[in-house]
Design a protein around this ligand. Structure first.
Ligand code: FES
Length: 162
């Protein structure tokens, strides 16, 4: 009887020990899991969710693709490429009134929204637009393509020579 009690105590002691190990192991796994979860949620939080829209600096093609006298409106890019001889310019097609896209007209540009009109240089000739259409910097990229930088405005009438 005394032997059975001693054996039961040993088993309980062994059981208590393994329970302690199990709890320690579960604590370790829980800590590791929460650390991974925390790192993942920090990564999700840090990663920007904003969309920045189209890039403001982009290539439009080789200079040969724009013959002299061309006025080509690129609606998606909201810019009009003008070529006169060996000079190229990029004029914004975003109306300075409320931001509609202006279209090409015989006299320059016309806004379909509230009727603003601009001459071929983007100067306001009528309507509610408060400012002329901005001109953007044009340059030649290393690959030989024309590049427009909409983050950099230049004086109206400033052409890039190709
Ligand atoms: S947005 Fe062009 S005239 Fe109003």
């Amino acid at each position: 009887m005394a032997m059975a009690t001693k054996a039961a105590a040993r088993t309980e002691a062994g059981g208590a020990m393994s329970r302690r190990k199990l709890l320690g192991w579960l604590s370790g796994v829980s800590l590791f899991g929460s650390a991974v979860l925390s790192a993942f949620s920090n990564f999700v939080f840090i990663k920007p969710r904003a969309t920045y829209g189209q890039p403001q600096r982009f290539s439009i093609g080789k200079p040969e693709e724009f013959p002299s006298g061309a006025r080509i409106a690129m609606e998606q890019k909201r810019v009009c490429v003008v070529r006169e001889g060996n000079k190229v310019a990029a004029i914004s097609t975003t109306c300075t009134h409320l931001g509609c896209i202006v279209g090409l007209s015989d006299t320059g540009f016309a806004c379909p929204c509230h009727g603003s009109r601009f001459d071929t240089d983007g100067t306001v000739t009528g309507g509610p637009a408060p400012k002329p259409l901005p001109w953007f910097k044009v340059s030649l990229a290393p690959n030989g393509e024309l590049e427009i930088d909409k983050d950099t405005q230049v004086e109206p009438g400033s052409y890039f020579t190709v």
